[in-house]
Ligand binder design. Structure first.
Ligand SMILES: Cc1ncc(COP(=O)(O)O)c(C=O)c1O
Length: 616
């Protein structure tokens, strides 16, 4: 992206003014990004690229790319289905299938497109996608685009996945989607156990090998290949996505699976059908890099060994691959550390939300075959002045994550549950309560203050108060005002910054589909903020329907409740049905307490463990 700015440029108006305000808000929160021209600092030691084995600049790979371009042209001229591509495309796919020991592969122009294409080809309405909470954005977007029900399970939490698979047994098809090596944390998914769960539940496993391909397994064929499973023990593996722009040093991604699966993808994956085939230089380069990978055991060992030594020297646990997450916590600290490294001639990337969860901003250190011992030592020295957030810090930060108390309706007991949660969160560390929009004459903040026996500093003032007891958009309109999503988002961010490490319990007005203004539902805010969620429902007639409807709406936005509260007359049969149908854990019955005060809440809390709700 190039742009012109300077004294002659007029002040932005209209759309530009709106966009400029958004950019200013990102900047104020330490979240603004800008493109850094890579050639500005050619001498930086590479701890940032995904070119783990240095193949992108390998003379044979570059020469093969150039030869392919000379022979077959710079571009592919059309999509594969319209005759675009070159003979090299099919050759590279056949070569990759041998490498990955599968029947067939299909080369997409990028890993992002491959993930979108495959998930949309395999899942749709009536299906369920179960996705690890730390999956890459391309998988998150793909799951949303597929229109299947999306259930996000806590990172690597097989118990929760098991419960969710059980709960979704009515779905037509269930797909468990995971990275093998996670791109921002560098840890390895337990692929064998995931496959076993899929077998047990008749579900299918999809593995994104972006950061394992080239590095792990025989000939670098990835983490799944490292399991060395015969085909009869891989029956529930639907496919792998093997990106080719990282350790393979080129671009694109192979979808690897059965011959039928690949034919199906050719016929229905829109990101394959309706895009120009990758240029011939890509399969040309890949044919060369796949050849080099066969003989690259030494380089693989060197990278993994170097990553282990580096991790030990900076106090990190032994890594599974070549990515080290040096978690610093706040955005500013990560930016400061990256700038310091840069000043020492070290290229290291600061990674901030939304790429990683709030409070876990970090340096993402990628280790390469071409990193010298001297560079590693310089990096160790540079990092020494930045105390890493302790392992618990990521935990604290996630615990500190915002918890939205979502109701199936208005008047279902959200305020009492919020008071309970505030008390429980306080027992784990600092906590705050926030009612962003208060309508009517009630004062929920005051009720929470009384029930949670909260000191003033735990209670954050509403952003909006409107006297009309109506939905936020109507109450605002009656007061001649309008609720802006951007203003709510900024206020939330300000609260987070002002209360670092605190768990923020947020109680929105009404139920999930309450309009904030004429265009925006509360659910839209949730989908963007992606907070932790506790779901509150009234116990009684209609509970099952309201709860399941709200849950479906949450899950289709990729939000999985950390708890379900059923408020009112206990109803063991409803409780059991919801446990069975939803897989939510825990489901907690909260009867109408008499009297309703701090003491009765405390007695209830003494009998129930809510700490899991705040767990990472
Ligand atoms: C896990 C994962 N999957 C997919 C992708 C997308 O791959 P590509 O860069 O080829 O679009 C990435 C890229 O960073 C990734 O980390």
């Amino acid at each position: 992206m190039t742009s012109e700015s300077g004294p002659g440029r007029a002040a932005p108006r209209g759309l530009e003014a709106e966009l400029a305000a958004g950019l200013a808000s990102l900047e104020a929160r330490g979240l603004l990004r800008a493109l850094a021209p890579p050639d500005q600092a050619p001498d930086l030691a590479d701890f940032l690229s995904n070119d783990f084995l240095g193949l992108a600049r390998h003379p044979e790979v570059a020469a093969a790319a150039a030869a392919a371009a000379l022979e077959h042209g710079a571009g592919s001229r059309a999509s594969r289905l319209l005759g675009g591509g070159s003979p090299l495309h099919a050759q590279a796919e056949a070569r990759a299938a041998r490498w990955l020991a599968c029947e067939s592969t299909l080369l997409f122009p990028s890993g992002y497109q491959a993930n979108l294409g495959v998930l949309c080809a395999l899942a749709g309405r009536g299906d369920a996608i179960l996705s690890d909470a730390l999956n890459h954005a391309s998988l998150v977007d793909a799951a949303r685009l597929a229109r299947a029900q999306v259930c996000v399970y806590r990172h690597l939490d097989l118990e929760q996945l098991d419960a969710l698979l059980r709960a979704r047994r009515g779905a037509r098809r269930r797909l468990v989607v995971t990275e093998s090596v996670f791109s921002m944390d560098g840890d390895l998914a337990p692929l064998a156990a995931l496959h076993e769960l899929c077998e047990r539940h008749d579900a299918w496993l999809i593995v994104d090998e972006a950061h394992a391909a080239g590095l792990l397994g025989p000939e670098g064929a990835g983490a799944w290949a490292a399991l060395r499973r015969p085909p009869e023990q891989a029956r529930r593996l639907a496919c792998r996505i093997v990106t080719a722009g990282k350790a393979l040093g080129a671009a694109g991604a192979f979808v690897a699976g059965s011959e039928i699966l690949c034919r199906h993808v050719v016929n229905v994956a829109r990101t394959f059908m309706y895009t120009t085939a990758p240029p011939p230089a890509v399969p040309g380069a890949l044919l060369a890099s796949l050849e080099i990978l066969r003989e690259a055991d030494g380089a693989r060992r060197a990278v993994l060994e170097r990553a282990r030594r580096l991790a030990a020297s900076v106090g990190l646990p032994p890594p599974d691959a070549a990515i080290l997450p040096f978690v610093l916590g706040a955005e500013e600290r990560a930016l400061e550390a990256a700038a310091h490294c840069r000043a020492q001639g070290l290229g290291v990337m600061a990674v901030r939300p939304p790429t990683v969860p709030h409070g876990t901003s970090r340096l993402r250190i990628a280790v390469h075959a071409h990193n010298s011992e001297a560079e590693c030592q310089r990096l160790i020295d540079a990092l020494a002045r930045f105390p890493r957030a302790l392992p618990g810090a990521a935990e604290t930060a996630r615990r500190a994550a915002t918890l939205f108390v979502v109701g199936t309706d208005t008047g279902v007991g959200k305020t009492v549950v919020s008071a309970l949660l505030l008390r429980a969160a306080r027992a784990q560390g600092t906590a705050c309560y926030w009612k962003p929009v208060q309508t009517g004459s009630e004062n929920d903040t005051e009720t929470v203050r009384r029930l949670a026996e909260a000191p003033a500093e735990e209670l954050l003032p509403p952003l909006h108060r409107f006297p009309l007891p109506a939905s936020p958009h109507q109450a605002a309109a009656a007061a001649g005002a309008r609720i802006e999503l951007g203003a709510l988002e900024e206020a939330l961010e300000r609260m987070r910054l002002a209360h670092p490490g605190a768990c923020l319990v947020v109680e929105p007005a009404g139920g999930l589909f309450v309009p904030l203004n004429d265009e925006t539902l509360f659910a839209d805010w949730l989908a963007r903020a992606r907070p932790a969620v506790a779901l509150v429902a009234r116990s009684g007639l209609g509970t099952l329907n309201h709860t399941l409807l709200t849950l479906e709406a949450l899950r289709s936005r990729g939000l999985e409740p950390r708890a379900l509260f059923l408020v009112g007359e206990p109803h063991p049969a409803n409780c059991a049905t919801l446990r069975d149908l939803t897989g939510i854990e825990p489901i907690l019955e909260l009867p109408h307490l008499e009297p309703l005060d701090g003491e009765s809440l405390e007695r209830w809390l003494a009998r129930h463990d809510l700490s899991g709700i705040f767990a990472p």
